[in-house]
Design a protein around this ligand. Structure first.
Ligand code: MN
Length: 319
């Protein structure tokens, strides 16, 4: 998915290591995506830009797209990050400049590593299922790996951890010693927790990670705080377990990782370390160099927005 903001504001990111356990309820911002989709953007958020290396989180749907084109995101570039496509309902057809052509279905991982440069498109295929419901997430690449070769992975068979009332699918990283086959570059976890009504359990956590939980469906009490779709609870660090209570069937995403200490410049679909790097990436996309070509998408590629009038600068992580 693309950041389709016409005037994306430059965002500086960076964790605050060792903040300890906290409970910070973050509200998603409604952002239009293309012509027929509105997403709830949980990250970056006003008070919180990252959770581990997770730096971008959109939750969309469930939307009835029976008579709609559904998701139609034209070819656009990425740099310095990985994208994770995660679905509960519907399907997304992914094309990229490496020649990948892959339909991603519910509970399958579509993982694209942009490395130094890639471009891709995402669309609801025709015909498509009536409902579309999912999340789009970005993971920032650390400096040592951000210039790596671009790659696309599709994993249809992810590990599952079960406990009474819980079925956890490990999307990325490791949960309770079950490891996703998806390639990672920093210690992190992403897991889909399906809870049945009455579930009351404690999930094991890594004390060195920071965590957040967002609801896909239903309301779950996370360490006593009700988390509903459209909001995300940031939990901080230094936790060994997480109390979860579901009064109805529900599903939440658990995101976590080692606090990401590097300072980043995020703008549009790029992550860099300096404004000059971002500006060069924009120029390269507009001139049709470096990011390759997506074949087979019925439509024009996305144009980059104008750069903001003030130069993007590398700054510290504290505002
Ligand atoms: Mn994208």
């Amino acid at each position: 998915m693309s950041n389709l903001d016409l005037k994306p504001a430059p965002t500086r990111c960076g964790g605050e290591a060792g903040a300890g356990p906290v409970k910070e309820l973050l509200t998603g911002r409604q952002v239009p995506l293309g012509e027929s989709t509105v997403v709830r953007r949980l990250l970056p958020n006003l008070g919180r830009r990252m959770v581990g290396a997770w730096c971008f989180v959109d939750h969309y749907g469930p939307d009835d797209i029976a008579d709609e084109p559904g998701m139609q995101v034209p070819p656009h570039p990425h740099m310095g990050l990985q994208t994770v496509s995660w679905l509960h309902q519907g399907e997304v057809l992914h094309r990229d400049s490496l020649g990948s052509l892959q339909t991603v279905r519910p509970y399958e991982l579509g993982l694209m590593t942009s490395g130094r440069a890639i471009s891709h498109s995402e669309e609801s295929p025709r015909p498509h299922a009536r409902y579309l419901h999912g999340a789009q997430l970005w993971v920032a690449l650390p400096d040592a790996h951000r210039h790596t070769d671009p790659a696309f992975e599709h994993h249809a068979d992810l590990p599952v951890v079960t406990a009474p009332g819980l079925r956890a699918t490990v999307i990325l990283g490791t949960l309770d010693s079950a490891a996703s086959p998806g390639t990672t570059y920093t210690p992190l976890v992403g897991a889909d927790l399906a809870l049945t009504a009455g579930a009351d359990l404690k999930l094991p956590l890594e004390p060195g990670f920071e965590y957040a939980v967002l609801s896909m469906t239903g309301s779950v009490h996370v360490d006593g705080v009700p988390v509903e779709p459209g909001s995300m609870l940031y939990l901080g660090t230094d936790r060994r377990e997480l109390p979860l209570l579901a009064r109805t069937d529900a599903a939440v995403l658990l995101l976590g990782g080692e606090p990401f200490e590097e300072h980043l410049v995020m703008w549009w679909n790029f992550i860099g370390r300096t404004g000059e790097e971002i500006s060069q990436a924009r120029t390269d996309w507009e001139q049709g160099t470096r990011f390759g070509e997506v074949r087979g998408y019925a439509g024009a590629r996305l144009r980059a927005p104008e750069m903001p009038p003030t130069p993007l600068k590398a700054r510290g992580r504290v505002r």
